[in-house]
Design a protein. Structure first.
Length: 221
């Protein structure tokens, strides 16, 4: 049965399943922003994970074309986690040909991490998981660590297909920031340091990213 309470991961119930696991945090990261960073840090701390690996999609199957190239997005994720203990970036999906399916990434990484994996995502993405490739196998494959999202009640995950999964909700305020919002601010000529770290903001400026077409391509991460 899915667990949707917001109790600390360090409780005995979760110690065997999450403590010292490697947390995988995938997404388009177009661009990565402070909410992504906060979710990664809270998952690391609350669940006692060994590390959190941020994995930018090479070709996001749910979103299609991205505004930033995959190399731009990978470099921005590197800048996001630079100097942050316990957080790293991975090229596994950037370097893979074809769409970046989460189930493929988990299968590829599982044997390399005998301590186990978990997958970190926002409640909005979990709500749409029935559109993901082999979603039932995915739900059974690893525990899910979920960041609350504004407007999505935890009761949404109390029935099928979530009863096939181990779901752990982070004890944190609901996330209410999206990459589309950041892109729209750039397209409007605004400064974005309030929403992304300075290194990411500087990279966006130096590469001329998101200056046009921000709202036409808007999507939520």
């Amino acid at each position: 049965m899915a667990t949707t309470t917001a109790t600390p991961c360090g409780l005995a119930r979760f110690a065997l399943t999450l403590r010292r696991r490697l947390g995988l945090f995938g997404g388009a990261f177009d661009p990565p922003h402070r909410a992504h960073l906060l979710v990664a840090q809270e998952a690391l701390k609350q669940c006692g994970l060994s590390r959190v690996v941020l994995i930018p999609n090479g070709v996001p199957p749910q979103k299609g074309e991205t505004s930033g190239t995959k190399e731009d997005r990978f470099r921005m994720v590197q800048l996001l986690v630079r100097g942050r203990r316990g957080l790293t970036a991975s090229r596994i999906e950037i370097d893979r040909e074809g769409p970046s399916y989460t189930i493929d990434t988990i299968r590829a990484m599982k044997d390399d991490y005998p301590g186990g994996l978990c997958f970190i995502l926002g409640a909005d993405r979990l709500l749409g998981i029935d559109t993901w490739r082999e979603y039932r196998a995915l739900l059974r494959s690893v525990p899910f660590v979920v960041a609350p999202r504004a407007g999505i009640p935890l009761s949404s995950f109390s029935g099928p297909p979530y009863d096939e999964a181990t779901v752990r909700v982070l004890d944190m305020a609901a996330v209410d920031l999206s990459s589309s919002f950041v892109r729209e601010r750039v397209a409007s000529g605004e400064m974005i340091e309030s929403w992304v770290p300075r290194g990411v903001a500087a990279y966006v400026r130096s590469r001329g990213l998101y200056r046009t077409g921000g709202s036409e391509r808007a999507h939520r991460e």
